[in-house]
Design a protein around this ligand. Structure first.
Ligand code: XMP
Length: 513
């Protein structure tokens, strides 16, 4: 591989993938690998630079992760961040101690003029700190390049050996000039030119997939979501008809969704792949009849997916590879390791072990969601698919409270379609995290014309979230809500009331079940 590359060595920090992503934002390819990776493998990658991540350990703690000392002698520039800076200092003869005062949060840091990492950075700059240990004395040959009132070595450098370290986290947004610092490392220090683009990722991936798969057969479980769609298209560009996509329409998709997926990936679409759509709605409704407990519903839906996938896989016969759209879990177990398989299975709700495949391929495992979207656009996937909001595997099954029936699916599909249409009309569709209609299990009295009604209440939900671990109810314009409610009550038979869910997560969850 000739391309410029930075390797991030992971010491257990929370931000390891974020660092890689920031480097890629500089248009330089970057991968995360375990701190303990073999030196020969690392050398073979020929990285232009190495970044040590932070981590929860203390260098003096039992089993503290430390890299091989030879790494410092390779002549490859290294930037240590947080724990990574302490590991560098400790291994090269500096002193690391428990700081008398831990620093956490936004901190004003004074930087020295002339320090390579701080080229063009203000002399007083706000950085994100999160540490209990600190470097109290830099190793011999190093110059201290930044400090805070309580942290004597907030940054250090030894340009002769290409070694740099910062105690704070340049990769997080709270470090105001963090991107400048990282780009100084990548461009000025490592000498990268920044010629990598998402297009190169797409091209390189297609080439390497072609090489790896040869004339093997590949199977992909396609949900129509962004990740599996991008993975499927990548594969189809690489190997065409050797790929078979199985799309299980469980009858719990949004209105017209099954047909939309088929239009793109089926025989009438632009891709040359074998596409199998399994219409399993009736089968699902039968299995779900009378079931009201949310976990049981989820289990039935997941289990049935596996059975169907298994049946289809058997019909296809010996499959060499299984594709999954897993995104950005680390690449530590990227090979054939058992844990990689478990993780990947988990991603699609547990694919069957009996499917006869040699290996799982996860072409997007290094990317963040917005990077996957960029790759999707590069591949020419329609925007409405690329910018799709997340949709849970169990589908409308967990947006219908209580028993799932074909009639309730119809109600929630219609209501949801109206809601999405109104949100799009108001131009709000790209800005919201997730929004949908759910069907409560509550019926109440209403009046329509001169008649009494006793119908269902639909609940509308819209949340803003960056990570889906926490979420806030969106403050949707009243007018959009009013028009949506009015249309739903008038157009969807069986609904006479519309509610808006104001609950944040926690204590609520995004979905209802
Ligand atoms: P919750 O309801 O847990 O949802 O707050 C957080 C995010 O996860 C999605 N979600 C799922 N996605 N399979 C999925 O693929 C599932 O079983 C599942 N349950 C929830 C949900 O849509 C939201 O984006």
């Amino acid at each position: 591989m000739k391309k410029e590359m930075i390797v991030v060595l992971d010491f257990g920090g929370q931000y390891n993938q974020l660092i890689a992503r920031r480097v890629r934002e500089c248009n330089v390819y970057c991968e995360v690998h375990p701190y303990s990776m073999e030196l020969d493998r690392l050398k073979a990658m020929n990285p232009r630079g190495i970044i040590f991540t932070g981590g929860p350990n203390s260098v003096y703690g039992e089993g503290a992760p430390l890299c091989e000392k030879e790494l410092f002698e390779l002549g490859i520039p290294i930037l240590g961040i947080c724990y990574g800076s302490q590991a560098m200092a400790y291994m090269l003869g500096g002193t690391v101690e428990t700081a008398p005062v831990s620093e956490y949060g936004k901190t004003e840091v004074s930087v020295e003029r002339g320090a390579a990492i701080f080229e063009g950075v203000s002399e007083q700059t706000i950085c994100w700190m999160s540490h209990t240990d600190y470097i109290s004395k830099a190793p011999e040959g190093f110059r201290v390049t930044a400090h805070t009132p309580v942290c004597p070595v907030a940054a250090m450098e030894c340009p002769e050996r290409g070694l740099y370290a910062v105690q704070f986290h340049p990769e997080v947004m709270h470090t105001r000039e963090g991107m400048k610092m990282l780009s100084n490392f990548v461009f000025q220090i490592c000498g990268c030119s920044g010629d990598w683009k998402m297009g190169s990722f797409v091209e390189d991936t297609i080439k390497s997939l072609r090489k790896k798969i040869g004339d093997g057969k590949v199977l992909c479980a396609l949900s129509g979501g962004v990740d599996s769609s991008v993975a499927a298209v990548l594969l189809s560009k690489a190997i065409g008809k050797q790929l078979t996509c199985v799309f299980v329409d469980h009858g719990l998709l949004r209105k017209n969704e099954g047909d939309e997926v088929e239009a793109v990936f089926g025989p009438a679409g632009p891709y040359e792949l074998n596409f199998i759509r399994v219409n399993a709605g009736e089968r699902y409704y039968k299995k779900l009849a009378g079931v009201t407990e949310p976990e049981q519903k989820r289990k039935i839906i997941g289990e049935e997916f596996i059975r169907i996938f298994e049946e289809e896989a058997r019909k296809i016969g010996a499959v060499d590879y299984l594709v999954q759209g897993t995104i950005y879990p680390d690449v530590i177990e990227s090979g054939l390791g058992k844990s990689a398989v478990i993780k990947s299975h988990h991603n699609v709700g547990g694919l069957p072990d009996v499917v006869d495949f040699k290996e799982i391929i996860e072409p997007l495992r290094l990317l963040f969601k917005d990077e996957v979207r960029k790759a999707g656009l590069e591949l020419g996937i329609p925007e409405y698919l690329v910018y799709r909001q997340p949709f849970p595997g169990p589908g409308l099954g967990i947006r219908i409270i209580g028993e799932v029936t074909a009639e309730k699916v119809r109600i929630v599909q219609e209501a949801d379609a109206i809601y999405r249409e109104e949100i799009a009309k108001a131009g709000l569709d790209r800005g919201l995290g997730q929004y949908f209609a759910a069907l409560t299990n509550m019926r109440s009295v209403g009046v329509m014309g001169d008649y009494r009604t006793y119908d269902y209440a639909v609940a509308l939900r819209a949340v803003n979230t960056s990570d889906f671990m926490t979420a806030d109810a969106s403050e949707l314009p009243w007018k959009v809500l009013a028009v949506t409610a009015n249309r739903i009550v008038n157009e969807v038979k069986g609904v006479n009331r519309v509610l808006y869910d104001l609950t944040s997560k926690p204590p609520g969850t995004v979905e209802f079940e």
